[in-house]
Structure formats: structure tokens, C-alpha cells
Design a protein around this ligand. Structure first.
Ligand code: KG4
Ligand code: ZN
Length: 347
């Protein structure tokens, strides 16, 4: 089954063609990072205008690269939420127009649920990834969300914990801004951390022992206090040390809670997704801890290039909806900017 995926929830315009929920025939992503960098964050109006400009050429490129035309596509999967309303509208309206004119089935996809399926993607000639085994614990750590989710099957999941305030990626971005580093903050902080000492600052591990909830806004306040104490003039090595210490705190909290959730729910697998899952320290810490503390629990970590937003993961999840015949009437499909994880089954 060939699914065309479309993703415009934030600042990436993306389209992809994926076969049978895993084989990536094309994956085109146009990132707006440079457009938003001067503002230190995504400007919704700027994002939407750029999506409008790019969406048709990007869909075209995805079809061409996959060497298919729309007639060969079995269904269209498009991110309906969560995300920026004006950005989502561009993708959803484009997908609806394509579905209507070509009489194809369409399904609206929850972006958070789609990140799970980044772990299932494979390119031609690559080994097929291990399939999802349930029950599994899914950690989504992105710019807008940090949640631990128990998945009992495809399309069947319950959120067991979420952040009370900032998402992990948001904390990376805000702290990078405080330290006058570039946007997006995650990769910048990770890079600086490589030259820093993670023991230099004893940042707290927020809510480490308190269930599956997270809180990252306090870390931002701690860094702000440090920056103020130094009269906004921190030497480069101190910045590197702050980055390393902060990154270590976030990685420890995310890892500890994910492992605990897997133990308590007798999970057969742990899957991570979202932009923060590209973080090397987090990937390494999880691998180490899973090896030491979990027997027979497989840890699935997506290829770095599929951790951040893309349409291949949307198309991959679209396959599981299509397989069950779960589609949306094209005129009823609406954007849902505030969609959360547990609402994704609503079709
Ligand atoms: O999933 P994503 O691409 O977009 C959302 O759906 O939010 O995640 C973007 C977030 C940003 O906050 C970015 O700073 C963070 O992921 N990020 C990272 C890394 N790469 C991206 N955070 C930590 N380390 C990284 N290497
Ligand atoms: Zn995302």
C-alpha cells in the first residue's frame, strides 16, 4: 500500500511516499529554520506563508522522487494536529484538495503518534527495522510535548505522564536563547556540551522520584539565575559547562522515568521519538540504562534524520489507519491545533 504523507504542523514543509508503513520511497523536507533563526523561535505568520509557497512543489518532488503519480497512491495521510493553526491549515487543505480531485481516501494524523513510526522507517537496501512489539512505552520529547505513553497496540494508547510546564525541547530552546546561542537550541546545546563538563553545575533533576510527570521550567530559572549572577557575561567555557550540565540533567530525568515506566508496565519495547530523541547523550544514556536494568526489553531509537519533523512518519502511521479502513470524510477533516495524544483515535 502506497501512502502519501503531508506534514506542516510547525516549521517544516514535508511530503513523503511510504510503502506498507515502512519503506521510504521519498522523504522531502523543507526546513524554515533559517527564516525563524533571527527571532529565536518560530513566527507563526512567517511559517504559514512559507508553507503556502512550498507545499505544492514539495508534494510534487515527493511523488517524482518515488517515481509515482497520484493515481498510484492508495491514500493520503496528513497531520491534523497538534501544531500551529495556520501552518496545519496549509497541509490539511492541500491534502483535502488532492484527495477530492483524485477521489483518494484521506486520514488526519496526530503528529505525536506519528513520531513513534519514525522508528519503523527504512530505505531501499537497508535492513528492515524491528517491528513494534506491544505493550510498549513510548517517550515523545519534542519542542511542544514531553509525554510517556503506554501503547497496547497500533492506534491504541494511553498517556501515563506528561510535562506540567515546558517540554524538553522547549527547555533546550529557551536555555539556548538565555545563553545567546542559535535557534533551534537543542543541536546548539548538544554541540557546546561536547566541550563542557557535565559536573560543573549541580542542576536539579526535577520530579525524578514523582511518577511519570515532568517539569523543565525550573531548570530555565536556574540557568537565568546563573546568567544574571555573572552579569550576562559568561566566558565560553562556562557556557559549555552549563550546556553539558543542563543536558545531563534532562537526559537523566527522561531516561529514569522511561525505564521505570517500562518496568512497571511490563513493556516488551521502548520507543523514543520527537526532536530531542536526536540528542546523543539521551540516546546513549537510555541504551546504557536499558542494557543494565531491563532484561528482554528492546529499545528502538529512530535514525537521527527521522527524529525531527518529517512526512515519512506521517505516511507510515497512515498505513495502519488505512489497513483498518479508518479514513476521514474529506469535508469533515479539520485541523486540531490542541490535539493531545489520547485524542488521536478519533477519525
Ligand atoms: O519533533 P520536532 O522536530 O518538532 C516538534 O514537533 O516540536 O522537535 C523540535 C525540538 C526543538 O525544541 C529542538 O531544539 C529539539 O527538538 N532538538 C534537540 C536536538 N535536535 C532537535 N534537542 C536536544 N538535542 C538535539 N540534538
Ligand atoms: Zn514533531
Amino acid at each position: 500500500m502506497l501512502i502519501l504523507g503531508v506534514e506542516t504542523s510547525c516549521d517544516e514543509t514535508a511530503a513523503a511516499v511510504v510503502k506498507d508503513g515502512g519503506l521510504v520511497l521519498s522523504n522531502i523536507v523543507s526546513s524554515q529554520t533559517e527564516l525563524h533563526a533571527p527571532y529565536g523561535g518560530v513566527v507563526p505568520e512567517v511559517a504559514a506563508r512559507d508553507h503556502v509557497k512550498n507545499i505544492i512543489p514539495i508534494v510534487d518532488q515527493a511523488l517524482q522522487k518515488a517515481k509515482v503519480n497520484l493515481k498510484k497512491i492508495d491514500a493520503i495521510a496528513v497531520t491534523k494536529g497538534p501544531g500551529l493553526v495556520t501552518s496545519l491549515l496549509v497541509g490539511v487543505d492541500t491534502a483535502k484538495s488532492l484527495a477530492y480531485t483524485t477521489k483518494k481516501n484521506i486520514v488526519g494524523i496526530n503528529h505525536l503518534e506519528a513520531h513513534v513510526y519514525a522508528s519503523q522507517l527504512q530505505e531501499d537496501g537497508q535492513e528492515k527495522p524491528v517491528g513494534l512489539k506491544f505493550p510498549l512505552i513510548y517517550l515523545i520529547a519534542s519542542g511542544g510535548h514531553t509525554e510517556l505513553v503506554l501503547m497496547e497496540d497500533h492506534l491504541k494508547h494511553t498517556t501515563i505522564g506528561a510535562t506540567r510546564d515546558d517540554a524538553a525541547g522547549e527547555a533546550f530552546d529557551k536555555i539556548a536563547k538565555l545563553l545567546k546561542l542559535d535557534y533551534p537550541g537543542g543541536p546548539e546545546i548538544a554541540e557546546r556540551a561536547n566541550s563542557g563538563n557535565s559536573r560543573s553545575y549541580a542542576f536539579p533533576r526535577p520530579m525524578l522520584e514523582q511518577g511519570y510527570e515532568f517539569s523543565f521550567s525550573g531548570l530555565k530559572t536556574d540557568v537565568l539565575r546563573l546568567v544574571k549572577k555573572n552579569k550576562y557575561k559568561l566566558p565560553p567555557q562556562a557556557i559549555n559547562n552549563i550546556c553539558a550540565s543542563f543536558q545531563a540533567a534532562v537526559a537523566e530525568v527522561l531516561t529514569t522515568k522511561t525505564i521505570k515506566a517500562a518496568q512497571e508496565h511490563q513493556a516488551r519495547m521502548i520507543v523514543i521519538g520527537g526532536g530531542v530523541s536526536a540528542n546523543r547523550l539521551l540516546r546513549w544514556t537510555l541504551q546504557k540504562k536499558a542494557q543494565n536494568e531491563l532484561e528482554e526489553v528492546k529499545l528502538l531509537i529512530p535514525d537521527v534524520k527521522y527524529c525531527t519533523d518529517n512526512a515519512a512518519m506521517v505516511a507510515a502511521l497512515g498505513f495502519y489507519y488505512a489497513r483498518e479502513g479508518k479514513f476521514n470524510a474529506w469535508d469533515k477533516l479539520k485541523v486540531e491545533p490542541n490535539l493531545n495524544f489520547s485524542q488521536s483515535k478519533k477519525c
